[in-house]
Design a binder for this molecule. Structure first.
Ligand code: ADP
Length: 433
């Protein structure tokens, strides 16, 4: 047992001596190949072979690499380092690394050098290139230890581009924050002025209504009690007074309704647009019968809406489609198409259509189509519809070919969870019963 142990010891000692000898030979530059015993004989590592890939790495990599002696002089530098410093390689070799460090970074550099020589260290600082440009870099140094030359191997990472990107990001974030602040300010301002306007409209409507009521009441009383004392002209005058006062009354009502879209709106909740559509048709029954209209619809979805307001929008669009009909009896079709988080409703008619130059204007309060001055209405319906749709975060617009018909579109947010439960019905017709 102890014999085998002694033999094993001897064998290991011989191996160690051989290894030490090989190392010594490498250090002195005497060896140019090492033989390493393997299972099937020896494998030859030439030193050129061992070093070659590392040289390629060093010369090809996008990082600077320098080797320093104990005094900080550069004994080796790769091409990338020279590029970074905008200097010829021969000027970099042999120079002190410190001479390339920006004055403001020198004390940091000394601390880093001391720490790196003792083992390893990283730091970020500025170098000065030969053309005077400051080059932000990260120095990452590792000492091989002992009295080796080089005393320190350093990888230099150019931070110019990352810093530029950081700076750009920071600038963009700042711009974004500014824009958001501005937007918040504008939103607050808008909300304030909206509230003020609503208040103004509502006060105006109430205060206007009172004297108007008096005019209307006395005019009606006058008509009732004094009609027989009036001649034909007097009757005509009185009819004008009454018609004017009644129109003013309707306009004030409309104005009130317009202002109440935001002040009296109810919270948005899942609402079955098909049920609302049916209600609208029922409310318009007289007009449908009178015009001989047919109204058809595709299955309609559940949306996130204030039910009363959705009814108002549908009713208004349907009433317009019936009112502004052409020679043929009105044919109206209602459908809805999902577009991301909204449903876009479409109300199409075969009516008189709208001239292109009027297609935007008709959504403003009190704006009516040129050709429809004699049709009943005050030009507030679409303005109210737009206000309602916008309160729901949607949009309303029209596409029309004059003489052929119009399609009014409006978008309303989908009630995601409720939509899935809605079965697909066949295309259904609706005629008043
Ligand atoms: P009103 O119906 O009281 O005139 P609206 O605001 O509802 O007010 O409509 C504004 C104008 O838009 C109408 O006077 C008419 O000229 C035009 N318009 C609206 N709907 C249609 C339609 N379906 N077809 C043709 N013109 C329309």
């Amino acid at each position: 047992m102890s014999e085998t142990f002694t033999e094993e010891l001897e064998r290991l000692r011989a191996k160690l001596a051989a290894a030490e000898q090989a190392l010594e030979a490498i250090r002195d530059g005497e060896a140019d190949a090492i033989l390493v015993p393997e299972d099937r004989g020896y494998r030859v590592f030439t030193l050129r072979g061992a070093e070659h890939p590392y040289r390629i790495f060093l010369e090809q990599m996008q990082e600077g690499a320098v080797a320093l002696d104990r005094d900080g002089a550069i004994v080796y530098a790769n091409r990338r380092t020279a590029e970074m410093l905008a200097a010829p390689l021969e000027k970099v070799m042999g120079s002190d690394l410190e001479s390339w460090v920006a004055p403001a970074s020198r004390s940091g550099f000394h601390a880093w050098l001391e720490q790196a020589l003792a083992g390893a260290a990283r730091c970020e600082l500025d170098l000065i290139a030969m053309d005077g440009r400051l080059v932000p870099v990260c120095l990452s140094g590792r000492s091989p230890g002992g009295d080796e030359i080089p005393a320190l191997c350093v990888v230099i990472t150019d931070l110019t581009e990352p810093r530029r990107r950081e700076e750009e990001l920071r600038r963009q974030a700042e711009l974004l924050a500014q824009a958001r602040q501005e937007l918040e300010r504008q939103a607050a301002e808008l909300a304030r002025s909206n509230a003020e306007l609503d208040q103004f409209a509502s006060v105006l409507a109430h205060d206007l209504k009172e004297p108007l009521r008096a005019v209307l009441n006395y005019a009606r009383l006058f008509e009732e009690r004094c009609r027989d004392r009036l001649d034909a002209r007097g009757e005509r005058f009185l009819a004008h007074i009454l018609a004017g006062a009644e129109r003013l009354d309707r306009m004030i009502e409309g104005l009130l309704e317009f202002s109440r879209v935001t002040t009296r709106g109810r919270p948005l909740a899942p609402t079955d647009a098909e049920a609302v559509f049916r209600q609208a048709c029922a409310d318009l029954r007289a007009l449908i019968e009178q015009t001989g209209a047919s109204i058809t619809h595709d299955p309609l979805p559940v949306v996130l809406a204030d039910e009363t307001q959705l009814l108002r929008v549908l009713e208004n669009l349907l009433a317009n489609a019936l009112k502004f009909h052409g020679a043929e009896p009105p044919r109206v079709h209602v459908r809805a198409q999902r577009r991301q988080r909204h449903w876009v409703f479409a109300v199409s008619d075969n009516g008189v259509g709208i001239e292109p130059q009027e297609q935007e204007r008709i959504f403003a309060p009190f704006q009516r189509g040129q050709a429809h001055a004699d049709c009943p209405g005050d030009g507030l319906g679409l303005a109210i519809a737009r206000r309602i749709v916008e309160r729901h975060g949607g949009k309303i617009w029209v596409e029309s070919t004059p003489g052929r018909g119009s399609t009014f579109y409006f978008s309303i947010p989908a009630a995601a969870e409720a939509v899935a439960h809605k079965a697909h019905h066949a295309r259904a017709g609706h005629r008043p019963g």
